[in-house]
Each structure stands twice: as C-alpha cells, then as structure tokens.
Design a protein around this ligand. Structure first.
Ligand SMILES: *[C@@H]1O[C@H](CO)[C@@H](O)[C@H](O)[C@H]1NC(C)=O
Length: 303
C-alpha cells in the first residue's frame, strides 16, 4: 500500500516535470517563430505574388517576355509594402539610378562597373549620403580615372568586367562619346570584388558593362561564385543589353532565365524597370534590392 502511494507520487512528479518540459519547448518554438517578424520574407512574398503570375504566361517565350517585361513589372512598382524602402533617385547624364538609403549611419561600400565618363549620379548619391567608399572600374582610364578619383574621391581600376580573367574584346567608350571595340584586360566580377574591393557586403552596386553583364548576373544567384565567396550585394542598378556582343535571341533567353532564377532565389526583388530602344541600342535597366540577406534587410528595410 505504502509502496503504491509512493509510486503514484513518483508518477505525478514525473508527469509534472514532463508537462513543464513540454511547456518550455512550446515557448521556445513560439519565441523562435516570432523572434523577428521577417519583413523581408513578406516583402519578397508580396513582390512575388504580384510579379510571378504576370510573368508566368510568358515563360519560355523569350521575345515576348523581353518586350513585355518592363510594362508588366512596372504594374507592381506601386505595391504599398515597398514603402518600407526609402528609395531615392540619382540622375546621371542620360539616365536615372535608384538607391535605397540606409536606416542608420554606417560606412557604405559602392561599386561602379562601367563608368562611361559619367559620375553625376555618384556625386548626387554622395550628397544624399556622404559616408560612402567608392570603387570603380572601366576598361578605359581616359577621363574615368580623373572623375572617379579626383572628383569623387574613389578608387579607380582599369579593367573590363566579365566572366573570366584575360585579354578580350570589349566596347570602350571614347572621348568622342562613341564606342570602339578594343582588346582590354578582363576580370570576373567576383574576382574584382574579392581581391580589389575586399568587402563582404557591397551596399550599392551599379553595372553597365556593355553586354558583358550576363557573366556577372549568373554569379549573383544562390550558389553562384559571388554568393559562394560570401559576398552579398544589397542593391543593384543593372543595365541588361541586347544584341551587342551576341545575337539578340540568345541574350533574350539569358535575360528570361535570369529573371526566373531571381524569382526562385527569393533573395532580390526588382522594380523600376526601364526599356530603352534607341537606334540599334536596346537594353533594359532594372533596380534590384536584396531582401533575403539579414544584414542588408537590417540596414535598408524599415521594420
Ligand atoms: C556618420 O559616421 C561617420 C563616421 O563613420 C561620421 O564621419 C559622420 O559625421 C556621421 N554622420 C552623421 C550624420 O552622424
């Protein structure tokens, strides 16, 4: 009899302890789930919910996709949720760049690949936010080096940016404001970032490299070389050309694939698309913001 009572007591104590442990586990799971309301996740979700169903009917129709892309994506630029980003414009000589200003005073790293003898937008950006270190590269140092180093206070490198290292053809902007094909030294974007810029977080990244951008764009996806190097890019203005170095068809396909891959990555949202079609030059300008990386989100997305 006595023994039985002791057993029941033991069982009760054990049950109580079991319930307490269960409670702790549940509390832990709750606190984990609600620890940080992940604004970035929801930001990506509203972006995707808007953009993806509109683009999906054009999947694998490269030409149609290419020509409809800007009008479709522009429809989503008005999303309420984008107000958690402080987006500003900085005009260049013949275009506008977009930038999300940070939420706190930190030294930012900015990279310009392809300077094209024009740093008006960088100067404007530096007026908006003075605490920036600038790194720029262009296959031609004429005018560019002076502008980037003396006028902007940045660091200039004379490289063309593309897939691999080596001497290759590139289109070089001349003093006469025309382009010329020239053999210049190329480095990959990930090489440039890793060995010259040497920062794991690139805050602001502008690329206009006259058709070589695809070898860069391939690397920003999850598992791409830039991603694997542990280099994060928080925001990008990209110029995506058509029919400059390759036949336009292949580039339309690459553009299509890039966009669908970005939607799969769940890292970047894109907005402010612009389609430019002048004479034989045709390209799409696009602004991408990293809402998948915690460090970028903390600095640029309002809670
Ligand atoms: C921001 O920080 C830099 C140093 O990192 C400092 O020089 C500057 O004055 C700060 N700006 C403001 C507005 O606090």
């Amino acid at each position: 009899m006595f023994r039985l009572k002791k057993d029941i007591c033991f069982q009760r104590g054990w049950l109580r302890r079991f319930l307490i442990i269960k409670l702790i586990v549940v509390c832990f799971l709750f606190s984990y789930a609600f620890k940080k309301p992940n604004t970035s996740k929801s930001l990506f979700k509203v972006f995707r919910d808007c953009v993806h169903p509109r683009l999906l009917p054009l999947k694998d129709k490269y030409t149609e996709f290419y020509f409809s892309f800007t009008n479709i994506v522009r429809e989503c630029d008005i999303l309420q949720e984008y107000q958690s980003l402080d987006v500003r414009t900085t005009p260049n000589r013949d275009e506008v760049k977009y930038v999300v200003l940070p939420r706190k005073n930190e030294t930012l790293t900015m990279v310009t690949l392809g300077i094209g003898q024009d740093i008006k937008a960088e100067i404007k950006l530096n007026e908006l936010y003075p605490n920036i270190e600038f790194y720029g590269s262009d296959p031609s140092s004429i005018v560019n080096k002076d502008l980037y180093e003396n006028k902007l206070g940045g660091k200039f490198y004379k490289y063309a940016i593309s897939g691999e290292r080596g001497m290759k053809n590139s289109r070089v902007f001349q003093e006469t404001r025309r382009y010329k094909e020239e053999i210049t030294e190329h480095v990959g974007a990930e090489y440039f970032l890793k060995y010259f810029v040497k920062r794991s977080r690139i805050d602001i990244f502008w690329i206009d490299v006259e058709g070589n951008e695809f070898s860069f764009l391939d690397q920003v996806h999850n598992g791409g070389t830039i991603d694997k190097e542990g280099i994060k890019i928080c925001q990008m203005n990209v110029e995506i050309h058509n029919a400059l170095l390759e036949t336009g068809e292949k580039e339309k396909e690459k553009f299509h694939d890039f966009i669908f891959k970005v939607l799969e990555d769940e890292k970047y949202i894109f907005m402010k698309p612009n389609f430019i079609d002048v004479e034989k030059y045709r390209f799409i300008r696009l602004f991408l913001v990293n809402v998948g990386d915690e460090e970028c989100v903390k600095l640029y997305v309002k809670e």
